[in-house]
Design a protein around this ligand. Structure first.
Ligand code: FSX
Length: 360
């Protein structure tokens, strides 16, 4: 396979039909709710594109994000990695090690100046010069800065990379920070989730490769196609919520009837993600369908939000002073986006408190 070949030519030589190509583009377009005609445009864009060079950096994380992608059902990892992108550097998946691995990263950067994409999973240690997490003797924060220098765009996959995630949970001993706090002069797309939904990662990369531009993002830099609605908006248990039918425990009569899990701590109402529609493991299920409330893992600071098993109206209410503090810090640091999400949460708590008061 030559680098100069287009994806269309590569797939032709492998006997992949144009029809299969269009089917894939239709699938991604439908996932991303793109306007009519986008599937054909995406198929055309992908066919004409050259394999996209991707440098994938893994920092403070649990490898769940890569595990999630490698268990992607559709499109498969094979089609994503071997057909659409050239994964030139990936700590977990690359065959090279030591100096050869680092050389591969430098070569990919030099050969694809201004055109390669950097994907990051994991938070970036910044305390004490970033010495708490290093690769090949280089602090993550320095490797990130050097790697994005000539990048086209940066994709932060997973809540750790997008918002700091678990490494940033109080007391944050390593000074863990999200990617967009370090990278301020390149387009950054956040695909949060701990781990993120594989189809969201694959869809965004396909969109970038075929259209050469970023998909529409919200105020937390998340693609609206996958993060435009809350879990609650699309939850199949929502009719129970509307009727005031709640499980009070995980094994009571309400739980057995499939009632709403709000009272046992579900964070679906304030969590923007596609779990309720795309689900997991090829659409088999998602946590709420398996009887467990949403933990809110794709939202900023989810680990510190006041308890996974406490109802939102009580757990978030405890954050009153923190919410006020975040408003000040947000304005000072220009972190208004994160605050916007918290403001949504605060409004929800207020609404819940009012409705609970009304029921008494
Ligand atoms: Fe974080 Fe990902 Fe959670 Fe784990 O790389 S988002 S801890 S699933 O692995 O970064």
């Amino acid at each position: 396979m030559q680098r100069s070949q287009t994806l269309g030519e590569i797939l032709d030589s492998r006997g992949v039909s144009r029809r299969a190509f269009l089917k894939y583009a239709s699938y991604v377009s439908a996932l991303m709710a793109l306007p009519a005609g986008s599937a054909a445009a995406m198929a055309e864009g992908l066919a004409a594109a050259r394999r996209q060079s991707v440098i994938w950096l893994s920092f403070q994380e649990c490898t769940g994000c890569t595990e999630s992608l490698t268990r992607s059902f559709s499109p498969t990892l094979e089609s994503l990695i071997f057909d659409f992108i050239s994964l030139d550097y990936h700590h977990t998946l690359q065959a090279a090690s030591g100096e050869a691995a680092e050389k591969a990263r430098e070569t990919a950067m030099a050969e694809n100046k201004g055109k390669y994409i950097v994907v990051v999973d994991g938070a970036v240690s910044t305390k004490d010069g970033g010495l708490y997490s290093t690769i090949a003797g280089v602090a993550n924060v320095d490797m990130l800065r050097a790697s994005v220098k000539d990048a086209l765009a940066v994709i932060a996959v997973g809540t750790c990379a997008a918002f700091g995630g678990i490494p940033k949970a109080r007391p944050n001993p390593t000074g863990a920070a999200p990617v967009d706090e370090i990278v301020t002069d390149k387009p950054v797309i956040n695909i949060p989730g701990c781990p993120p939904i594989p189809e969201a990662m694959a869809g965004v990369i396909s969109y970038l490769v075929s259209f050469g531009k970023l998909p529409e993002l919200d105020d937390l830099r998340r693609p609206k196609a996958f993060f435009g609605e809350t879990i609650h908006d699309r939850c199949y248990r929502r009719p129970f919520y509307e009727r005031g039918l709640f499980a009070d425990g995980f094994d009571d009569a309400g739980a057995r009837q499939g009632y709403c899990l709000y009272k046992v701590g579900c964070k679906g109402p304030v969590t923007y993600n596609s779990c309720a529609t795309l689900k997991w493991n090829g659409g088999v299920s998602f946590p709420i369908q398996s009887g467990h409330g949403c933990l809110g893992c794709s939202e900023p600071d989810f680990w510190d939000q006041g308890g996974f098993y406490r109802p939102l109206s009580t757990s978030l209410r405890d954050l009153g002073p923190a919410l006020a503090g975040a408003a000040v810090a947000g304005a000072a640091l220009g972190a208004g986006a994160a605050w916007a999400s918290r403001r949504h949460q605060a409004a929800y708590v207020k609404e819940q408190a009012a409705s609970e008061g009304g029921k008494k």
